[in-house]
Design a protein around this ligand. Structure first.
Ligand code: ATP
Ligand code: MG
Length: 355
């Protein structure tokens, strides 16, 4: 178990700069999730940490030891991929124990360790099966078992659950969270799935185009996004973003001045206003800040999502209680508290004074 520090990691593939100076300090025991759009450099960064790829510049420290020049086996990190990469001709037991066997450990020593790991992962009754005789979730657990048995300093996961169906993903997510807490192993986990990011992470690192945009707890990123990119990336359904401008104590909403709000905040460079779907209330016609017509109602059982056309550039998404009776085509008013709004300037930086 160990802390991991990245200092100024850059990576060029030919003439393309894929990582543009990544600095990150990960504490011992911490669960870090890397998120960001496809191609932003998540897997490349993980491979650089593992030693499978060299950085063009920068340093990697594990437990204060500079490992930048060290080969993967000297780093003692365990990587688990989306494709489980199990040996098809070996049993579960042989797959889990493989690393110890190749390290020269005796069979009598390997066996109890394999059994211990298999019990931890609820695989004890499947030890004699081949990978093809297992479900996707079981295969993924074998891959994790193979990583755990080496007692790595840290786990590196690259989208480990994306091959699994939705319900299995939830089970495995809970399983990984439980295991990580139980073993206390520092973990770096890459995912596209923001529910995974929000539920697993102590801290989330949001990457875009090879740069860190924000690092924070799931709560910090959701309630106080420092950049428009994070505001739109974290949260499902995503935050409503309304074009706006601040003139003479009035905030105009929409490119065509759909509505005006008196507004005392002195900042004049407001370009976007963000509202979470749950920060918006639907009121009677002419009783809100904006007027609109309900375009679509989506009833989801525990909540409903209502999409409202207010003449803005995009429909507003509103999260309401399932008991609210609303009809598509109905005219409504839209209300919200200005204190719930997030403000961003023309380059996407957060403008709220406090939050
Ligand atoms: N070996 C390589 N040679 C050239 N370009 C590469 C190589 N590996 C990755 N890239 C490029 O680097 C960029 C980052 O790739 P990377 O695989 O790190 O993205 P990612 O964030 O993991 O994306 P995804 O979410 O789709 O897995 C991409 O534009 C990719 O095309
Ligand atoms: Mg990737």
């Amino acid at each position: 178990m160990a802390s991991i520090e990245l200092r100024g990691i850059e990576k060029w593939f030919g003439n393309t700069e894929v990582l543009k100076g990544i600095d990150l300090c990960i504490s011992d025991h911490e669960f870090i999730v890397l998120v960001g759009p496809s191609g932003c450099g998540k897997s490349t960064l993980l491979r650089i940490i593992a030693g499978l790829e060299d950085p063009s510049s920068g340093k990697i420290l594990i437990h204060d030891d500079d490992v930048t020049e060290k080969v993967p086996s000297e780093r003692r990190l365990a990587m688990v991929f989306q494709s489980y990469a199990l040996y098809p001709h070996m049993t579960v037991s042989e797959n889990i124990g493989f690393a110890l066997k190749t390290a020269g450990m005796k069979r009598t020593e390997v066996e109890p360790k394999v059994r211990e790991v298999a019990e931890l992962l609820e695989l004890a009754s499947h030890l004699d099966r081949l990978p093809k005789q297992l479900s996707g979730g079981q295969r993924q657990r074998v891959a994790i078992g193979r990583a755990i048995i080496r007692q790595p300093k840290a786990f590196l996961f690259d989208e480990p659950l994306s091959n699994l169906d939705a319900s299995l993903r939830v089970n495995m997510r809970i399983e990984i969270s439980r295991l990580q807490k139980e073993l206390g192993i520092t973990t770096i986990y890459v995912t596209h799935d923001q529910t995974e990011a929000m539920t697993l992470a102590d801290r989330i690192v949001v990457l875009n185009e090879g740069r860190v945009i924000q690092i924070g707890s799931p709560r910090e990123l959701y309630s106080c996004p420092q950049h428009l990119f994070v505001a739109e990336f974290i949260g499902n359904p995503r935050m409503n973003i309304i074009n706006c401008s601040n003139n003479n104590g009035q905030l105009s909403l929409g490119l065509n001045d759909v509505a005006k709000i008196s507004f005392s905040q002195p900042k004049t460079n407001i370009h976007k206003l963000g509202l979470r779907p749950e920060a918006i209330r639907v009121v009677g016609p002419s009783k809100g800040i904006l007027e609109g017509r309900i375009s679509v109602c989506e009833y989801l059982g525990s909540e409903q999502l209502v999409y409202i056309d207010c003449g803005l550039e995009e429909l507003l998404t509103v999260r309401l209680k399932p008991s609210d009776q609303l009809r598509e085509g109905e005219n409504v008013g839209i209300a919200f508290d200005i204190s719930d709004a997030h403000f961003f300037d023309s380059v996407g930086r957060r403008l709220n004074e406090t939050s």
